[in-house]
Design a protein around this ligand. Structure first.
Ligand SMILES: Nc1ncnc2c1ncn2[C@@H]1O[C@H](COP(=O)(O)OP(=O)(O)OP(=O)(O)O)[C@@H](O)[C@H]1O
Ligand SMILES: [Mg+2]
Length: 450
């Protein structure tokens, strides 16, 4: 049988449940049949026993004539003697069996009904004990139906047991699935193989080999970017110096083109610096060890650093809430995070707009919020803005690496960064960075980050 579901556990539960139910039903049918046969034999036994008892002890108790007890379930006893043509004694005169039957069981028709009759022929009399076949069938069926009772309880119990067993067996797979889901480029760790069923080991070890290869190739790629950026840095610095030296010798009619050339060199230097920063953040490299860092001070210093640009653009930048929040990080890393996000807000918010910063601490996380009054980001582009070199607004200069750097750094500190369009009656973007607060229990920061 093919069960149309993609869930292996549902397939197993349904197949095992159905299989065991079919066995249960087959067992039920055979118990029912056996019970029918058994009850029939028992009733026969009763008839012959009654006949023997009447012969030995109770004949005098049988009346000479009787109209029966009125109870259709009763057995009827008829005693014939040689001198009488009609029954000498009977429990129901309306029922007359064939007195010529030999000793043993027979099926007879009397008083418009079928009877099972046991005839006992002795030297001076014939004792017949009969019971209605319809009564026997009903009694056998009732008793066989009672034999089925356990099956009614067992089948649902089997389904529950199968469900529990299969879910338990699959719990290990669920756990593995959750661990696998947590793997991404910033978190390439091997899946644990202890405690796993042997059937899963080849699968897990091939995934782990793949993770190892992926880690290696990503490391090579990071090394290449970092090496290339390093190599480019020196000639670019030389180029900048030469341009500076040339400045005085440029003819007035060439000044504008010369300035464009300098801006180009400047942009290229920035790009190379960003590539280096990204490679370092991806490789989880820090020049200084992480230390306790107060975010309010850091945010204030970034704001004062960028204040001249804000003033130039007539953008009102300020912090509406600064709750003390300490995290464990390096100053250059967090400076890069906040500067990139506030830099974006300044870059994409039109002149005359405003930028509001907040620092909060709640639920074990420090939270930095940067809300601007710019155009926001189209919803369909939001999932991609953290990709390297992905840009939405090509009218404004930029290389598309800022948010990739932010995410790499924040992820390294076990935090998260999200961007959302504002829904508080103002158009604009809200960037939120959340990083675990530094524990107050005296665990040293360097130990906490390993
Ligand atoms: N505050 C914002 N408002 C509107 N759009 C934004 C904002 N911040 C980022 N974006 C969009 O996201 C894109 C990616 O931003 P990201 O910081 O990664 O690159 P960039 O600013 O273009 O260049 P740079 O590498 O110099 O930062 C930007 O091109 C811009 O379109
Ligand atoms: Mg940017």
């Amino acid at each position: 049988m093919r069960i149309k579901t993609r869930s292996l556990s549902t397939q197993l539960i349904v197949s095992l449940g159905l299989l065991l139910s079919i066995f249960g039903i087959m067992q039920g049918v055979s118990s029912y049949r056996l019970a029918l046969v058994g009850v029939d034999a028992l009733l026969d036994d009763r008839l012959s026993t009654v006949a023997a008892r009447i012969r030995d002890v109770y004949e005098a108790a049988i009346p000479h004539r009787s109209n029966g007890s009125g109870n259709a379930d009763d057995i009827v006893v008829v005693v014939w003697t040689a001198e009488h043509k009609s029954p000498a004694r009977t429990t129901d005169s309306a029922v007359v069996f064939d007195r010529n039957s030999p000793t043993g069981f027979s099926q007879q028709f009397a008083a418009h009904e079928a009877w099972r009759v046991y005839t006992l022929v002795t030297y001076d009399e014939v004792i017949q004990v009969g019971q209605r076949i319809s009564v026997r069938v009903r009694m056998a069926q009732d008793s066989a139906a009672r034999a089925l009772m356990p099956i009614y309880v067992l089948i649902p119990a089997v389904w529950i047991a199968v469900y529990i067993c299969v879910r338990r067996a699959f719990r290990v797979l669920d756990r593995l699935g959750r661990r696998a889901q947590a793997i991404d480029s910033a978190h390439l760790v091997a899946l644990p193989d202890e405690g796993l069923p042997v059937e899963l080991l080849p699968f897990v070890s091939s995934i782990n080999r793949m993770i190892q290869r992926l880690d290696e190739s990503m490391r090579l790629e990071r090394d290449f970017i970092s090496d290339a950026a390093h190599e480019l840095r020196t000639p670019l610095t030389a180029l900048k110096l030469q341009a500076d030296n040339l400045q005085g010798d440029i003819a007035p009619q060439n000044r504008e083109r010369f300035q464009a050339l300098r801006r180009g060199i400047e942009r290229t230097s920035t790009l190379v610096e960003q590539l280096l920063q990204l490679a370092r953040a991806d490789a989880q490299m820090t020049s200084t060890p992480p230390a306790a860092l107060e975010l309010t001070a850091l945010v204030a210093s970034v704001v004062s650093e960028l204040l001249p640009i804000a003033n130039q653009k007539r953008i009102d930048i300020g912090a509406s809430e600064l709750t003390p929040a300490r995290i464990c990080a390096t100053e250059p890393d967090l400076h890069a995070v906040v500067k990139n996000l506030v830099g974006n807000a300044l870059r994409y918010t039109p002149a005359g707009g405003s930028i509001d910063l907040r620092v909060l601490a709640a639920d074990g996380y420090a939270r930095i919020e940067i809300a601007d009054t710019g155009p926001g980001i189209p919803e369909d582009a939001l999932p991609r803005v953290f990709d390297r070199f992905y840009r939405v607004n090509h009218g404004v200069e930029g290389s598309g690496l800022g948010l990739a750097i932010v995410r790499a750094i924040v992820t390294r500190y076990s935090g998260r960064v999200t961007l959302e369009n504002r829904h508080d009656g103002v158009t604009g973007l809200r960037a939120v960075v959340e990083i675990p607060l530094l524990a107050e229990d005296g665990v040293r920061c360097a130990e906490a980050t390993g």
